[in-house]
Design a protein around this ligand. Structure first.
Ligand SMILES: C[S@@+](CC[C@H](N)C(=O)[O-])C[C@H]1O[C@@H](n2cnc3c(N)ncnc32)[C@H](O)[C@@H]1O
Length: 256
């Protein structure tokens, strides 16, 4: 079975890219079935999936390097050197490490300990000191008040059991005027059938939780949570089954 693609691809790919544009590569390592319905058990099954596939994911190339670079560039237009940033679902840390010179600090979390291990290894090798990598699911992250100027959730919202909850939490964690930068594969337009095959793949342990929704659904989730969409771009729209939508959503600053 062909799988991993970054930013639009197979399970780990559908599951997500490194910046969301990865080509299809080899098979993902499946193991066992997913009969559980308890959210915590479902999450730990997803974490095990990512643990098994972390090394492979870290070596898979970015499918659309130009789009990835542009997303980095746009993100940098929204950050400053005094800013505190959270990235959830940071994977192997490449994006956090690239943004590190432009901000004060990045707290980068991922539910997979293997992903975090690889990310930490990379940060150590590159002597990056202002990124803290931490194994944590977004759902279990404890943050007091409005702690961040920017939150990044790249190629991860479609992998969550409840993206609305994560978006609402992100809103609460942001300072007024803060931004949520997300790149998300919206399979609802191009791969509706994934609603059927996704659970089968998950049953056999071949893929993690993958939710199917449209770009419009995502926009609505963001605006319902209180965000204003400040920037939106969908490279590869109409060309790739896995093209992801890149959005910068802003929390209003009532004090401004
Ligand atoms: C497709 S990868 C994307 C990694 C990185 N953001 C990128 O763009 O390359 C998805 C990552 O999200 C993580 N993930 C999935 N669900 C998560 C959750 N509930 N909380 C934190 N991380 C999660 C996975 O472990 C995996 O590393």
């Amino acid at each position: 079975m062909k799988t991993i693609v970054r930013e639009g691809g197979g399970p780990a790919e559908i599951a997500g890219p490194k910046g969301a544009e990865r080509p299809t590569s080899g098979p993902l390592k499946g193991r066992g079935s997913d009969r559980s319905t308890h959210p915590v058990e479902k999450m730990s099954r997803s974490a095990r999936f990512w643990d098994r596939n972390a090394e492979r994911y870290s070596k898979s190339p970015i499918a659309d390097e130009a789009a990835y670079q542009r997303k980095l560039q746009i993100t940098r237009e929204y950050v400053r050197p005094d800013m505190a940033v959270l990235e959830f679902g940071c994977g192997t840390g490449s994006t956090a490490i690239l943004h590190a010179p432009y901000v004060k600090h990045i707290r980068a979390i991922d539910m997979s300990s293997k992903m975090i291990e690889i990310a930490q290894r990379k940060a150590d090798a590159q002597k990056v000191e202002n990124v803290t990598f931490e194994r944590s699911a977004i759902e279990e992250l404890g943050v007091a008040g409005q702690a961040f100027d920017a939150v990044l959730g790249l190629n991860v919202l479609h992998l969550l059991e409840d993206k609305e909850e994560a978006i609402a939490k992100t809103y609460r964690m942001l300072k007024p005027g803060g931004v949520f930068v997300t790149s998300t594969v919206c399979l609802g337009e191009t791969m509706k059938f994934f609603k059927v095959i996704g659970p089968i793949g998950k049953f056999f342990g071949l893929m993690p939780t993958v939710r199917v929704f449209t770009t419009k659904d995502l926009e609505k989730s963001l605006t319902d949570a209180g965000f204003d969409i400040d920037y939106q771009w969908q490279p590869g729209k109409g060309k790739s089954l896995f093209s992801s939508v890149f959005i910068v959503a802003k929390k209003a600053d009532e004090t401004a």
